[in-house]
Design a protein around this ligand. Structure first.
Ligand code: C5P
Length: 231
């Protein structure tokens, strides 16, 4: 199964994003636009970056009542996006309403369920009344999202093998927390190399700082893609 690289545009504003894309050029095909750029520049930034030829992962992590999430997806339906996140903990009805709306407005879009944020540990779950381990909760929410028809999931590299095994070949699995061998881990605690994540069953890997901070971001992206191809 092919695994593709996604570059997160973790920069404060559009001019920095544009500078970065001028440097990476076509060495990446996919970029992730998150809340930082979307809330600053609005949906127009998605159109402008897509017009440069990039495919877009819009990481908005939607979570609200079913009608509101479905309405937000209706509002996003005209945007050239391929992947969009929402919180699986929004529950079955929210997930179903979201999937039904995306099938109406943009069938080619894949919704990705976010299970448990990696910033939340067992103690954090307990504080919000969930007495399950993060691993158990991830699997529960992943199954719930799939049962509601959601096409994919965002997961940590350490979960990707188990989710691929449990959920089969059709689910799209997107994983951050990737570091090429020898790269600085930064604040990522549980990391995997691009090749290992691809072999474990990731459909996409999200790699930020090892590319963003490289003296030659295009070369860094090219090396990661070469590792994915040989995996
Ligand atoms: O720089 P780095 O490769 O760590 O960036 C990873 C990207 O994936 C960032 O945009 C980060 O917000 C995102 N992410 C993550 N861990 C998660 C979920 C998202 O690192 N659990």
């Amino acid at each position: 199964m092919d695994c593709e690289l996604i570059l997160p545009l973790d920069v404060p504003d559009e001019s920095r994003a544009t500078e970065l894309l001028d440097r990476v050029g076509s060495e990446v095909a996919w970029v992730k636009i998150g809340l930082q750029l979307f809330t600053r520049h609005g949906p127009g930034i998605v159109e402008r970056i897509a017009a440069r030829g990039y495919r877009i992962f819009l990481d908005l992590k939607l979570h609200d009542i079913p009608n509101t999430v479905a309405s937000a997806i209706a509002s996003l339906g005209h945007l050239p996006i391929d992947l969009l996140t929402l919180h699986a903990s929004g529950g079955r009805e929210m997930l179903r309403a979201a999937e039904a709306m995306k099938n109406e407005v943009r069938p080619s879009l894949t919704l990705l369920g976010v299970t448990v944020l990696t910033s939340t540990d067992a103690a954090g779950l307990a504080e919000i009344g969930i007495d399950a381990s993060p691993e158990t909760q991830v699997l529960r929410l992943a199954k719930l999202a799939r049962a509601a028809g959601i096409g994919g999931l965002v997961c940590s590299p350490l979960e990707v093998g188990r989710l691929r095994e449990t959920l089969g070949p059709d689910v799209t699995l997107v994983t951050p927390g990737i570091r090429p061998a020898g790269a600085d881990a930064d604040d990522q605690k549980r990391i995997m190399t691009p090749g290992a994540a691809a072999r474990a069953g990731a459909s996409f890997i999200v790699v930020g700082r090892p590319i963003l901070r490289a003296p030659d971001p295009a070369a860094a992206a090219r090396a990661i893609r070469a590792e994915l191809t040989s995996a």
